[in-house]
Write a protein that binds this ligand. Sequence first.
Ligand SMILES: Cc1cc2nc3c(=O)[nH]c(=O)nc-3n(C[C@H](O)[C@H](O)[C@H](O)COP(=O)(O)OP(=O)(O)OC[C@H]3O[C@@H](n4cnc5c(N)ncnc54)[C@H](O)[C@@H]3O)c2cc1C
Length: 405
Amino acid sequence: MTVFPPARHDALELEELFTPEEKAIKARVRAFAEQHAAPIINKYWEKAEFPHELRSKFGELGIGGAHIKSHGCQGLTTMGAAAAIVELGRVDGSLSTFFLVHSYLGVMTLGLLGSEAQKAELLPGLSNFSKVAAWALTEPSNGSDASALTTTARKVPGGWILDGRKRWIGNATFADVVIVWARSSETGQVNAFIVRKGNPGFRATKIEHKISLRCVQNADIHLTGAFVPDADRLPGVESFADAAGMLAMSRCMVAWQPVGLVTGVYDMVLRYTSQRRQFGAPLASFQLVQERLARMQATIQAMYLMCHRLSQLYDAGRMSHEQASLVKAWTTARAREVVALGRECLGGNGIVADFLVAKAFVDAEAYYTYEGTYDVNVLVAARGQTGYAAFKTAGRANKAPPPTH
Ligand SMILES: Cc1cc2nc3c(=O)[nH]c(=O)nc-3n(C[C@H](O)[C@H](O)[C@H](O)COP(=O)(O)OP(=O)(O)OC[C@H]3O[C@@H](n4cnc5c(N)ncnc54)[C@H](O)[C@@H]3O)c2cc1C
């Protein structure tokens, strides 16, 4: 089964939410994903390798520059970016994540917080994927509590010396530039630095044995006396709040990722259940299968609409951290349900990567965890509801003296 199934998931004609320009991006990325990625991606997924052979085709899509409108970047709208994320994820979750890390963490951070010289040098190559970016915030000991990061940046004449470790950093094994977040020895505040491929103090080791998003090359990074010149510090970054601002934007885009995943699963399951026969009839003619198909389709429409509204709020400059967290947590949780329903419909083939659904089943797990886990995102959302930051309360409680009774 090599040809990707036709798109049949759009029950409420949600394609109308996109402008003609955004529809053109959607069609372009869908054609790329179906024709070029779908036939080869399982081979790379099996080997847990990134499909570098797709890099030049990625460059032709006109999506690499994210929302940035200068230095060769295309200035996508939020729904234009969503169109690309959905269509990549419909065929493969790893490709969607590669794009998101590169463009909506790397390019956006450089474009919004970099110097004019940094942008002029790096954005043209990044916008057409001839260069690749990574974004390094998480550390082995600081995941959900990323603001407690301990990587240090010590001021020396002409630059900075970076020491510390990072974990889970997507694209980092082959990225040309890695945006590293580190604490300044001068101010105690978090700053951001461009660490370039080949820096002798930088070592990235691929995290092996990952069962989700296997084509994404996540790395453990060791920074050992890595010298970064003054010109490679991002002047727009003054504190952790700047990292949090970038994460809010990318969280809006990450919320769309599960939408792509479930549209692909639905299309695959509809074709499979229509073609496969048991007891003398197509699976799709049995009531239990039809109930699952209807439930999947309804959930997909709701996911789409939640993300669309979040995107509208972002474009209006009114999206809060709480809103982004609410939607990201919700869509990633719903995706787990939809892929599980899809997996059931395929019987034994539901655990074989060739039929897409098994791959989506495990890819949904990474979406559920990164860019803030489900737990942390719902607690951020609930902070908006209640005024209590429960994720912080737990930390303080741990530091309290043990009860005396
Ligand atoms: C595939 C993948 C790609 C990634 N890519 C990148 C990247 O490119 N760059 C980058 O910087 N990072 C990246 N990350 C890191 C990601 O953002 C973190 O994994 C995530 O923030 C969670 O951190 P953790 O894994 O250390 O889990 P932990 O923080 O250790 O959490 C473990 C469990 O405890 C729960 N928990 C933690 N704190 C609380 C609390 N206060 N209240 C209730 N429950 C809590 C969590 O919800 C979770 O269930 C990636 C991660 C993955 C898995």
